[in-house]
Write a new protein. Structure first.
Lengths: 311, 277
């Protein structure tokens, strides 16, 4: 397959996914059993109040016009208006933009933690394959993968904030305040990446060019880092990229535990306020970032490794 | 030839862990010393004692009883969800792989869309549609995208199987589509389906606990997720740490057991994985 058609196909399926997500998110409001206006205003609302709310939400329009209106809000970047307007922020986008940097910051910090811990763990497990070091690394990864974030995050908070007092607590700001949430959000990915690094390293260490490097008399660390790890990294980086989106959804739990502003906390607030347009907007934003990042990673991988394009 | 399923050591450990969870999920509520909803405001935040092995919570409810009933609710939800999603997913995958063409194209694009973004977002969107989600809504939320994994794997298996001679033979003697799918295709893809079911068992419990933790679950105080939520709220309270640890470790137990069992089954059913550890 040529680069051009690979590019087109991958972008096409990304666009299709975003369209699908938009339809799902739009349909969501119509899945609400009963009348959403009742949920918002309660039973005692006057006819006039109800009419205003219906008009604000666009529920007085026919379904297809509502969908066009929804797409229009997506296209102009406002993501719609908040109908109960709790914080004096008229558009959904303004509310999301306010917290957006926090979630992105958390996701990047989590990614950093994951990669920094996973590489040494995976490499050591691969070199010491079959020894107790390897067994310990594998057991650690497996238990971490099985550990719910709702357990890990409170335990981190308990040990490092409440008992030891080393870390700033929830709602505090400053550089130190991101350390615990970043570990909590990144440690799952760390376990996955460590296992990938291990198996990828084991495969690469059997390659002829590694044997050649050793035969040339290169010091072992240069063989491992310069020759083996560099080649073992490609699949690891790809998985790390593809998992970026999971950091965004993982942030929902972490933001709740650490009372940290972000998309996840906004989503939970919007749900309890019954603020459907914000729920729709938040879900859409997270989903779109996820799709875009995955598409970019796929494309990058396709350029880096021509074999992928044939798949 | 030996019959029965012979598993690796870790696979057997996983099976025992899941077996223990089934036992507690089925019999736990009868063993529970107290009602898991009985509020006793004079007995709030009690420390573990002979009367209350694991103490009591903010409403004076016995923690051990909550854990045991929580196992029942986790078991019920995951059994129902795994049953529904595996049947739907295998059916969709078989139909797509057998008929190919337009049917396949449409079904797989739906799968693509559902797999294109984090599943928990969709689960949250579904439970968020109702003010007080019950067990039914929770199950529906988990089912809505739970089937896609089965569908994708099954389709791949069926695409390979349909080229086999016994399938061509069945077509030649005039077997109907339904008969071929049910008698010749589905029995041969059960192995991979079991691997997925074991794995899904753990992930369903994890997602369910996450939703309850976020306050979006069924309004039951004793689900493991709701317990974790309460434990986190009162994290600063000395002597209440176990209330976070116990349900957290319970979830971890099931997820770990399910993953080990699933790995063991995969090694057993898929010869390509055998001996690669």
């Amino acid at each position: 397959m040529s680069i051009g058609s690979f590019l087109l196909r991958r972008l096409g399926s990304g666009a299709l996914a975003i369209l699908g997500v938009s339809i799902l998110v739009f349909a969501f409001l119509h899945l609400v059993p009963g009348d959403p206006v009742d949920h918002l205003l309660g039973g005692e609302a006057t006819a006039d109040q109800r009419k205003k709310m219906e008009h604000c939400m666009g529920l007085d329009l026919p379904a297809h016009e509502q969908f066009i209106r929804f797409l229009g809000h997506v296209a102009d970047g406002s993501l719609g208006v908040q109908c109960p307007d709790p914080k004096g922020k008229p558009t959904v986008a303004s509310r999301i933009l306010e917290v957006f940097p926090y979630t992105i910051e958390l996701a990047f910090a989590g990614m950093l933690v994951a990669v920094l811990l996973a590489l040494p763990l995976g490499v050591i497990a691969a070199i010491r394959r079959g020894t107790w070091v390897d067994t310990m690394a594998t057991a650690t990864s497996l238990s971490v993968i099985g550990m719910p974030m709702m357990l890990l995050a409170p335990v981190l908070l308990l040990v490092f904030f409440i008992w030891l007092g080393w870390s700033p607590g929830p709602t505090e700001t400053g550089f130190g305040s991101i350390v615990l949430p970043a570990i909590a959000v990144g440690v799952h990915l760390m376990a996955m990446l460590a296992r990938m690094t291990r198996s990828s390293m084991i495969e690469v260490l059997n390659e002829d060019y590694v044997r050649t490097a050793r035969a040339k008399g290169l010091p072992e660390h240069r063989v491992l880092i310069g020759h083996a790890l560099r080649n073992a990294l490609l699949p690891v980086i790809t998985v790390a990229g593809l998992q970026f989106g999971s950091l965004l959804s993982g942030a929902i739990v972490i933001e709740k535990v650490f009372a940290r502003p972000g998309l996840g906390l906004t989503l939970l607030e919007a749900i309890s306020e019954r603020n459907y347009s914000v729920v729709q907007g938040t879900v859409l934003v997270i989903a779109v970032i996820y799709v875009v990042v995955n598409t970019l990673v796929d494309l990058a991988y396709g350029f880096a490794d021509p074999r992928i394009r044939r798949g | 030839m030996k019959t029965g399923i012979k598993l690796s050591l870790s696979g057997r450990i996983g099976a025992v862990m899941i077996g223990a969870f089934f036992f507690i999920g089925i019999f736990g509520p009868w063993l529970a010393p107290y009602d898991p909803t009985a509020v006793d405001l004079d007995a709030r935040f009690l420390q573990p004692s002979a009367d209350h092995w694991f103490g009591t919570d903010m409403n004076g409810v016995d923690t051990l009883s909550q854990l045991l009933w929580g196992a029942r609710s986790a078991l019920t939800i995951s059994m129902v969800v795994v049953a529904i999603t595996s049947v739907v997913g295998v059916a969709v995958g078989t139909i797509a792989g057998w008929f190919r063409g337009a049917v396949d194209e449409v079904l797989m694009r739906i799968v693509d869309v559902l797999m294109a973004f984090p599943g928990i977002l969709l689960n949250i969107a579904v439970v968020a549609t109702v003010a007080r989600p019950g067990l039914g809504v929770m199950i529906a939320a988990l089912c809505i995208n739970g089937w896609v994994g089965y569908a994708r794997v099954t389709r791949g298996e069926v695409l390979a199987l349909r080229e086999r001679e016994y399938v061509s033979a069945a077509v030649a003697i005039g077997a109907s589509h339904v008969r071929i799918m049910i008698r010749h295709l589905v029995p041969n893809i059960l192995g991979p389906a079991f691997v997925q079911m074991a794995f899904a068992f753990g992930s369903v419990i994890m997602i369910e606990a996450t939703l309850s933790f976020l306050g979006l679950g069924p309004q039951l105080g004793y689900t493991w997720g709701a317990m974790l939520d309460q434990g986190t709220t009162f994290l600063w309270r000395p002597g209440f740490t176990h209330y976070t640890l116990l349900p957290g470790l319970a979830v971890m137990w099931v997820v770990l057991g399910a993953n080990l069992l699933s790995d063991g089954l995969r090694d057993r059913f898929d010869p390509r994985h055998r001996g690669r550890q």
